[in-house]
Design a protein around this ligand. Structure first.
Ligand code: NAD
Length: 542
């Protein structure tokens, strides 16, 4: 019987391990990577209720940097699997929703500790293999960010529960934070293992049940997430993973009267279509589904003439090219004043020239492969487009090769056209476009930054002049949900820089923050009167 007001351990950010060659973490991770690479192919099931479901429609999973190597197979499901997952979720709902909150908290705190310990190398290695991340990119994503999501969200959950209304004499007002009446559909992107897990875990922590559809190219590491959830004690049916196409899932999910929420991260176009589907079916639902979506970006680095050239070049080389530019927050356009351009260009070109590209197994590689052939072809098409335009020039990179893996050289385009296509469209690859503006037209350039793309996810201002920083902070108020001063626009940390964007970039519900968790509960106000009146007459009646 729960009869105490518990406090949870204070969340602190998981320290990022350094992975210097020869360090214990380096040895453990690379040996796990090799083991997973060379073991017999795995057959990843769907997780529906207590069942591990396999079909005879298998899809091959391969590392993006070595596409002929078979890591294993996923099992393609159909509409019946999606229906079964909804049924199992709804069956699990009552017991899970009624479990005291501290038991739910304990499960996710345990998941954090398992991931910090015995699961760390396994989830990092799976992420390196499935998504072609180098050790550092895997560590900050699948280990540290996910551990932080678990621990900080437990803390935010208790903050929400503690938030209670005032009570005047003679009454007691209370707020209950009920889970939503139905199930949550989690639809997740390929690029962050932590996001995939968190889109399921955040609503589940608040007492909801989930049907999860991971991105096809992330299924290999999604399997390890499900193993982690099970090891931590998430009961059967609370998080169900189905490996079906988006269209198949949507057909069943959006027609279910039990749909209570969509937790989405991915591209803007897909999110808009899902929102429309929900709108088209709105009269079928028992409750208005909560719609949370974090989507695309065209993230900027705006530079003032007072900035330091080496700092600008480094913000660009890290911000644009880490994880091959496949972060929603990656710097993909930059506006550089004419007085600094020659110096920035020289440092940037030298830094990019020194990048090594190849498999993540060789940890001297800074750059690995892009996710799949479709992404490779799309990025290559943008590079070819730039090659064919008279108002653009490629100053470094521009080559690509998919013979062994999907490798694209980090590419910098310089354009004289402030509305050039690659300054406004999301490419989602290692391509940075630079526009050099006359150094005395700072405010005009800020206007360009604000108006050139439909997105508003991340961006930074680099300047030493404090007035210039203030002018940019105001002028770009709505151009980014995460705004950086003298930093690259990537690398948000849970608990420190709550993450999300507005305009075409999403609903800005800030992953890993109380704001997000609030979307997964429906408050019930309870007013209790201690001594109810016994006569209807108010004093004014005389
Ligand atoms: P995507 O939109 O192609 O896919 C996202 C998910 O949607 C996948 O699971 C996919 O299978 C699913 N999907 C596609 N069509 C569907 C349909 N008709 N019905 C239901 N589900 C469907 O995105 P991606 O390539 O996996 O990820 C890259 C995108 O995600 C980029 O645009 C990036 O900016 C964005 N992203 C944003 C954030 C953020 O926090 N804002 C974070 C990570 C990624």
């Amino acid at each position: 019987m729960s009869n105490a007001l518990f406090t949870v351990p204070k969340a602190i950010n998981e320290p990022v391990k350094a992975y210097a060659p020869g360090s214990p973490e380096h040895t453990a991770l690379i040996s796990e990577y090799k083991k997973m690479l060379n073991q017999d192919p795995v057959d990843v099931p769907m997780y529906i209720g207590s069942e591990l479901v396999r079909t005879n429609k298998k899809k091959t999973m391969s590392p993006p940097h070595d596409h002929q190597k078979v890591l294993g197979y996923s099992n393609s499901g159909d509409a019946s699997h999606v229906s079964k997952a909804i049924d199992e979720a709804m069956k699990a709902r009552e017991q899970w929703a009624n479990l005291p909150w501290e038991q739910r908290a304990a499960i996710f705190l345990k998941a954090a500790d398992l991931l910090a310990g015995p699961f760390r190398s396994k989830l990092n290695a799976a992420t390196m293999l499935a998504q072609s991340k180098n050790v550092m990119q895997a560590e900050i994503d699948s280990a540290c960010e996910l551990i932080d999501f678990f621990r900080f969200n437990v803390q935010y959950m208790t903050q929400i529960y503690k938030d209670q209304p005032e009570s005047l004499p003679g009454m007691w007002n209370r707020l209950e934070y009920r889970p939503l009446e139905g199930f949550i559909f989690a639809v997740t992107p390929f690029n962050f293992t932590s996001i995939a897990a968190n889109l399921c875990a955040a609503p589940a922590m608040m007492g909801n049940v989930v049907v999860w559809k991971p991105a096809e190219s992330q299924i290999y590491s999604a399997r390890v997430i499900m193993e982690l959830f099970r090891a931590a004690g998430v009961p059967d049916g609370v998080i169900n993973m189905v490996t079906v196409s988006g269209a198949v899932a949507g057909e069943v999910i959006f027609k279910s009267k039990h749909l209570a929420g969509l937790h989405f991260t991915g591209s803007t176009g897909v999110f808009r279509n899902l929102w429309k589907e929900i709108g088209n079916n709105i009269e079928h639902y028992r409750t208005y589904p909560r719609i949370v979506g974090e989507t695309g970006g065209k993230d900027f680095v705006m530079v003032h003439k007072s900035a330091n050239a080496a700092e600008v070049a480094t913000a660009l080389s890290r911000g644009a090219f880490e994880f091959q530019g496949q972060k929603c927050s990656a710097a993909s356009r930059s506006y550089i004043p004419s007085n600094l351009w020659n110096e920035v260009k020289e440092i940037l070109v030298n830094q990019v020239k020194s990048f090594k590209m190849g498999s993540p197994e060789d940890t001297t590689n800074f750059i690995n492969a892009v996710i799949d052939e479709k992404a490779f072809d799309k990025i290559a098409e943008y590079i070819d487009y730039a090659k064919g335009q008279s108002d653009a020039e490629i100053i470094i990179g521009g080559s690509y090769d998919k013979s062994k893996g999907y490798f694209i050289e980090p590419t910098v385009i310089v354009t004289t056209n402030p509305k050039f296509r690659t300054l406004s469209e999301e490419i989602f690859g290692p391509v940075l476009t630079i526009y050099v503006y006359p150094e005395d037209q700072y405010e005009e350039a800020l206007k360009l930054v604000d108006e050139t793309s439909e997105y508003a996810l991340t961006g930074s201002i680099m300047a030493n002049d404090r007035y210039a920083i203030q002018i940019a902070t105001k002028a770009l108020e709505n151009a980014a949900g995460n705004f950086y001063i003298n930093d690259k626009p990537t690398g948000a940390v849970v608990g420190q820089q709550p993450f999300g964007g507005a305009r075409g970039s999403g609903t800005n519900d800030k992953a890993g923050a109380a704001m997000n968790l609030l979307r997964w509960v429906s408050a019930r106000t309870i007013k209790e009167t201690f001594v109810p009146p016994t006569d209807y007459k108010y004093p004014f009646l005389g």
